[in-house]
Design a protein around this ligand. Structure first.
Ligand code: URP
Ligand code: ZN
Ligand code: ZN
Ligand code: ZN
Length: 527
């Protein structure tokens, strides 16, 4: 019998950011069509059927912080991003993610001055391979050229639907000074663009790095010592003061410490439009993991290097969980920034750029890595995690009861959609929303297992979560009504994903500006 649906998901425990209840879901033309307590056999007819068997059914994950195809010399420490749009999105979909937002990057190189040209070139990289899942772009801004900001930001919004920019307070080749941050924030505000901030105090890091290097403390582990939590806390506080001046909505990316979470919380309490993101590495790794391999000075520990570094011990992790629970954190993203380990363009840059002759000694790189400590300041920063983001938070957050299933959906799908102007097309299970779903295994149906890198679908030769116990994993991932991942089998194709134009931030402008304060700078500076 003909069905009015193409696909039905039956016997699901449907979880949204607000509710949890048993429903059947009817999907037509890639969209959610009907939610009903139970479909009749006539309703189902000849439609494809997925039986969730009582498992949780959620909006597909939205990962709003993914680095793909970023391999400029001037960018993130001189490495070559191991994942392109095909391999990165493949990994994402196998871990329950149906939408990702990646970064097009301006650089200080003169031909990369134009943001529009940078975006066009980046789009060509996406088109070259295609993507399994839907994707959108943020723009990274590393210069404050007034003409570019004035002329090109409106085009980025109108033509490309790019409504978020990222700025850096550290990294020599990318960081902006305070007056430049103000320039970019003001230009962003005028175009309803949300400013994402990498908040670490670059001067403190450079000073500490010099001190460590002068004492010969160069092994990967010392990367964490060059970035104690106050480095993050100070920068977050400063960025809030700058944003408050012009009343600009900001989002702190990859918050890794309670020092930073506390100043963010205080700003939110004052009614400022300050949003924050944390990531799996900050809930699951500590400084101990930076000494995990062989000896504290083994170069293999470079696998764990990201900035900010994981927190010193589990007390910060507890504080970050509280932040997830109480709303300090708006979103939970992976910061998937993939560098291979055993690769001269990956983590090994930290040895080879320091001691180029080491490459010509004929020793295989992995062996070399046990003999040399390298230099942490040259190691490309970033770790992979687009596929493990949802299962890690599910196992350690939802299954333990630290966060509710609804909070999980809010952090991993609904809020990213609202913050980055994709709601309710994405991040919702509503009639008319894209039929992007992740369906878990029924409770207790999957025997918990230890993760190995062989499980994963990225193009990286390691995972920081090797050997970690997982209690659940997405059983099905559905993108716009197409079953892409089912019972450990990848069914989708790299051209299934589409580019998404986004609208403005839908999480509001805060309430602080309603205060009548005669010293208010924003009252005149916007003109
Ligand atoms: O270490 C990290 N997070 N690398 C990625 C680049 C960034 O700052 O997000
Ligand atoms: Zn960053
Ligand atoms: Zn990042
Ligand atoms: Zn070793």
């Amino acid at each position: 019998m003909l069905s009015k649906f193409d696909l039905v998901v039956v016997n699901g425990l449907v979880v949204t950011a607000s509710d949890i209840s048993s429903f059947d879901i009817g999907i037509k033309d890639g969209k959610i069509h009907t939610l009903a307590p139970s479909f009749s056999s006539e309703d189902i007819g000849d439609a494809q059927v997925i039986d969730a068997e009582g498992a949780m059914v959620m909006p597909g994950g939205i990962d709003a912080h993914v680095h793909l195809c970023q391999d400029q010399k001037t960018d993130i420490g001189g490495g070559k991003c191991a994942d392109n749009f095909e391999t990165g999105s493949r990994s994402a979909v196998c871990g329950g993610t149906t939408t990702m937002v990646t970064f097009a990057t301006q650089t200080r190189v003169e031909e990369d001055r134009s943001l529009l040209k940078v975006v066009e070139a980046y789009d060509a990289r996406a088109q070259a391979t295609g993507s399994y899942i839907d994707y959108a772009f943020h723009i990274i801004i590393v210069r404050d050229d007034k003409d570019v900001l004035e002329e090109e930001l409106p085009v980025l919004v109108e033509k490309w639907g790019i409504t978020s920019c990222k700025v850096f307070m550290t990294y020599e080749t990318m960081r902006l000074q305070d007056y430049q941050l103000l320039d970019v924030m003001l230009a962003a505000l005028k175009n309803s663009i949300t400013t994402m901030i990498h908040a670490e105090n670059g001067d403190m890091i450079e000073w500490l790095t010099q001190k460590l290097e002068s004492k010969g403390m160069m092994a990967p582990y010392f990367h964490a010592l060059s970035r104690p939590p106050s480095v993050e806390g100070e920068a977050a506080n400063r960025a809030i003061v700058l944003a408050e001046l012009i009343e600009n909505p900001i989002l702190f990316v990859h918050v890794g410490s309670s020092a930073s979470a506390n100043v963010i919380r205080a700003a939110q309490t004052r009614g400022l439009p300050v949003f924050a993101e944390t990531c799996p590495q900050y809930l699951n790794l500590t400084w101990e993991d930076l000494k995990r391999f062989h000896s504290p000075t083994c170069f293999e520990n470079s696998k764990m290097i990201c900035s900010p570094p994981p927190s010193p011990d589990s007390s910060d992790q507890d504080a970050l969980y509280i932040g997830l629970h109480n709303g300090t954190f708006t979103i939970f993203s992976s910061d998937h920034c993939p560098f291979k380990y055993d690769d001269p363009h990956g983590k090994m840059v930290g040895i080879l750029d320091h001691e180029p002759s080491a490459a010509t000694d004929g020793v295989p790189l992995t062996e070399l890595a046990h003999k040399k400590v390298g230099r942490f300041s040259l190691i490309p920063n970033g770790i992979p995690g687009v596929e493990t983001r949802l299962p890690l938070l599910f196992t350690r957050g939802v299954s333990t009861g630290r966060i509710t299933p609804q909070k999980f959906v809010e952090l991993t799908a609904t809020n990213p959609a609202k913050l980055y102007g994709l709601y309710p097309r994405k991040g919702a299970i509503l009639p008319g929303s894209d039929a992007d779903l992740v369906i878990w295994h029924p409770e207790g149906a999957l025997t918990s297992f230890k993760l190995t890198n062989e499980h994963l679908h990225h193009n990286v030769d390691y995972t920081p979560y090797e050997g970690m116990e997982f209690g659940n994993w997405p059983r099905y991932t559905i993108c716009r009504g197409k079953v892409m991942w089912a019972n450990d089998v990848l069914l989708g194709k790299p051209r299934d994903g589409q580019y998404l134009k986004r609208g403005p931030n839908q999480l509001g402008k805060g309430v602080a500006h309603f205060k009548k304060d005669p010293r208010r700078v924003a009252a005149w500076v916007h003109e």
